[in-house]
Design a protein around this ligand. Structure first.
Ligand code: GRF
Length: 202
């Protein structure tokens, strides 16, 4: 059984989907050991408490990045977390933190990377006029929205869409993609060749 540590800053719908999919057996051999928010008001904290999960608020305000990250690392290590899942965690991680957990941090980004990294990816994609949008779950490395891709899911952009409709359509796929990625990383046989995650036969 692998221990997951979830990092959130806000709504936490991706986290809620992960929790649901563990119960549903779609993510095998994993449990959520700790949910950390860097913001006291994150709605996701309420969801976590309702589910009876252990939560920690490690406030990042006025804290140097690495100081904050060291507090998070200590909390994660105290729960023997194997895999860290960023789920709407809206703060850059320090290089120090990333080095502590090589290939043990996942992030979800609401675009088909490498298109539209950074903030407001859905808005960027909509404004650019792409016909296919989507989301990416990737390992975290020192560059923003950059590490090896684990899962991508695409959605069409419809002529009738506005930004909100596109955002919602992508979010639905995020909720599926993140669980697929976690299940793969926890249970799959793969290696990373360059940037490519390549499956190995069992
Ligand atoms: C999602 O769109 C995710 O891709 C991005 O931030 C948003 C978080 O939403 N990184 P939620 O907090 O999981 O509902």
């Amino acid at each position: 059984m692998k221990n997951l540590g979830i990092l959130i800053s806000g709504r936490g719908s991706n986290f809620a989907a992960i929790a649901k999919n563990i119960v549903a057996g779609k993510i095998r051999n994993a449990r959520i050991s700790l949910v950390i928010s860097n913001r006291q008001q994150a709605q996701g904290l309420e969801v976590a408490r309702r589910l009876g999960l252990e939560t920690r608020v490690i406030d990042s305000r006025d804290k140097e990045r690495e100081v904050h990250d060291r507090e998070m690392a200590a909390a994660l290590e105290s729960k023997q977390v194997d895999l860290i899942c960023l789920a709407g965690y809206m703060r850059l991680l320090s290089p120090w933190f990333i080095k502590q957990f090589p290939q043990r941090i996942l992030n979800i980004h609401p675009s088909l990377l490498p298109a539209f990294p950074g903030l407001e990816a859905q808005q960027q994609a909509f404004a650019y006029g792409v016909k296919i949008a989507g989301c990416t779950v990737h390992f975290v490395d020192e560059e923003l929205d950059h590490g090896p891709v684990v899962v991508q899911r695409s959605v069409p952009v419809l002529d009738t869409d506005d930004e909100h409709a596109l955002r919602e359509r992508i979010l639905e796929q995020e909720h599926i993609a993140y669980s697929e990625a976690i299940d793969l990383v926890v249970n799959g046989r793969f290696r990373i060749v360059g940037r490519r995650l390549v499956g190995e036969a069992a």
